[in-house]
Design a protein around this ligand. Sequence first.
Ligand code: PLP
Length: 228
Amino acid sequence: MTEIVANLHRIRERIRACEHDARRPAGSVSLLAVSKGQPLASLRQAWELGVREFGESYVQEALDKMALLPDCIWHFVGPLQSNKTRSIAERFAWVHGVARAKIASRLHDQRPAALPPLNVCVQVNVSGEASKSGVALDEAAALCRHVATLPRLQLRGLMAIPAKLSDPQAQRLAFRSLAGEFQRLRESFPGIDTLSMGMSGDFEAAIAEGATMIRLGTAIFGPRSPRP
Ligand SMILES: *Cc1c(COP(=O)(O)O)cnc(C)c1O
């Protein structure tokens, strides 16, 4: 068994166990394989094991992989720059991390009418870190309202990358505050279904607090190669 095969088996078991411990239905958490900085051969191995949802952060790297790996759902998880929105709007199915109304509008205007709407998660900066993008928790509703007015975008929910905290309780509180806002927003936006939170180092806490999608890179694929 290769490392990736063993990792995926273990992670899928952990997800089931965490769902069970949190009294959540089996299958309520979906796994996004974050494959930025990983060679195509690694994505192929995951594909052989049924993985079809991949997360990428660099547009050109992603376009190269898309050309060679069929039938996948591609999620853009990187920082959004205005000069990259066109390729993202044309080629991806999801964008995690929309944090500005202007970027949302650009993605909408550039989404081809022939494609289904682009799935969008609004990024929240739960830890209030100046260096991280994302809107403050109390600004999330306003940005969601804006996204919901744009017909070529489909508002799916919230996404966050909380600061790494050594105290597991504090880590859970960051996820909990995001989950609380998600539940409140569902009253105004009944269609939203995605709480994208939890990475390789903290996905178990995220599932315990209600994540519906976890984004794992190194836990599946091992270390990434540095950006070329
Ligand atoms: C790279 C990345 C991940 C995956 O990180 P790991 O720690 O390798 O699991 C998840 N989410 C986002 C937004 C990322 O950029």
